[in-house]
Design a protein around this ligand. Structure first.
Ligand code: GLV
Ligand code: MN
Ligand code: MN
Length: 411
């Protein structure tokens, strides 16, 4: 068999996805595998055991990023495939896992066919892509690529229990010894579910991703005054809950005001003391703003800050802000996008170019080497939800496009 008519083993890919999806499985479907949790540890154990079975040389760095490498005929920088295996609290089976396990499937397909590639190839599972528990998101790829120091990442605290990344890495046994920063890579490819509605609505199978929109995450802390809900006249209130509610309303208007592809979300909110008969004295909430145009994103941020300043004065509360994550829009490598389109066409799959609304490790690794992404459809565009679904045929199609593109890059 020549490399050009190779196909991945769809059943094997699907059964690995199923096995990984059993770790942290939630009742009713989906998974909870928050970064550096016990479930994350078990998932890492499984993925590294698969890597070793496939003969990959496994390297774990000081932030717990896992990289399995298959030698090439020649030495030199590898072509890397990969994604992440952590999830949000209400995650689906494919967000992240598909990119890692399809990478393993590509390796096993090449092993079975006895095909050696000219360049080495590698499969990566990056730590804490989701940022649901430790901000920023894409933490592992940021440290791997060198934009964030290991020390800074180790010191980040969890939103739920205040423990640090470093403590949790040690606890689950995944603080490796390999250094991070400035990797030599020939190219990076990430297969991922779209997590949006475009491919599904248009009945297409493959997305050749041209870029990722900019992301701005802010944590807002409001200090007001707790008081009796029955006795405190409205004019005397310094209500932290009101500030959160008004901001939720404001960001919805902000998105229409900025227009284009601007999106805006308040996704986490904690009220104190959170009781029926007490005016909330303090509140912490987050704002997620995204836009593919950096200037528009900056304008959205400025308007949000002006709104909060004005609201603080009107309500007589103190508002402090903390930037959790900030990524400018990313454009992927044009030649790689074309290779993906070509590989999809060669397999007879319908495809289009599109841009990503979600953040991905590929947007960070794109700072180090040419990078691009392959998308497959998400049923009704639903993701970060236990009902996230991609048709098995589409998962397999995406993995075959990954294989074809990988072979172009590695030979
Ligand atoms: C990561 O999934 C993000 O886009 O928030
Ligand atoms: Mn993801
Ligand atoms: Mn995600």
């Amino acid at each position: 068999m020549t490399a050009r008519n190779l196909n991945i083993d769809g059943q094997r890919l699907l059964s690995r996805l199923k096995a990984l999806g059993e770790i942290g499985a939630l009742e009713g479907g989906g998974v909870c595998r928050l970064a550096l949790s016990d479930e994350d540890r078990l998932a890492r154990d499984l993925v590294t055991s698969w890597m070793r079975e496939l003969g990959l040389e496994v390297r774990i760095d000081r932030l717990g990023n896992i990289v399995g490498t298959r030698p090439g005929v020649e030495d030199g920088p590898p072509v890397m495939m990969g994604s992440h295996i952590d999830t949000v609290r209400t995650g689906g089976l494919y967000d992240g896992s598909l990119g890692v396990l399809a990478g393993l499937e590509v390796v096993e397909t090449l092993n079975d066919a006895g095909i050696a590639t000219r360049r080495p190839i590698a499969v990566a599972a990056f730590t804490n892509e989701e940022g649901a528990r430790f901000a920023p998101d894409m933490m592992g790829s940021l440290v791997f690529e060198g934009s964030m120091s290991v020390e800074e990442a180790h010191a980040v605290t969890a939103v739920d229990d205040g423990t640090t990344v470093g403590e949790n890495l040690a606890r689950i046994g995944y603080e490796g010894v390999a250094p991070c920063g400035a990797p030599a890579l020939h190219a990076f490819l990430e297969l991922h579910i779209e997590q949006g509605p475009v491919l599904d609505e248009e009945g297409l199978v493959i997305g050749a991703v041209e870029g990722v929109q900019g992301i701005s995450w802010t944590e807002v802390r409001v200090a007001g005054v707790s008081n009796h809900a029955g006795t405190t006249p409205m004019r005397l209130r310094h209500d932290a809950g009101y500030v959160a509610g008004a901001t939720i309303g404001f960001v919805r208007e902000l998105a229409s005001l900025i227009g284009g592809d601007q999106v805006a979300t308040v996704g986490r909110i904690e009220l104190y003391p959170n009781l029926v008969n007490v005016v909330p004295g303090s509140c912490t909430f987050t704002v997620d703003l995204r836009n593919s145009d950096e200037e528009c994103l900056r304008e959205a941020e400025q308007r949000l800050h002006a709104f909060l300043d004005d609201l603080a004065t009107r309500e007589g509360v103190e508002i402090t802000r903390h930037a959790l994550a900030r990524f400018v829009p990313t454009r992927f490598d044009e030649d790689m996008v074309r290779l993906i389109e070509r590989s999809a066409a060669a397999l007879g799959h319908s495809a289009r170019r599109l841009s990503s609304g979600a953040g991905h490790d590929a947007q960070i690794i794109a700072r180090a080497c040419p990078a691009a992404m392959i998308f497959v459809p998400s049923h009704r565009g639903i993701s970060h939800n236990i009902d996230e679904h991609t048709e098995p045929d589409h998962l397999v199609a995406g993995a075959n496009v990954l294989l074809g593109t990988l072979l172009d890059l590695a030979d």
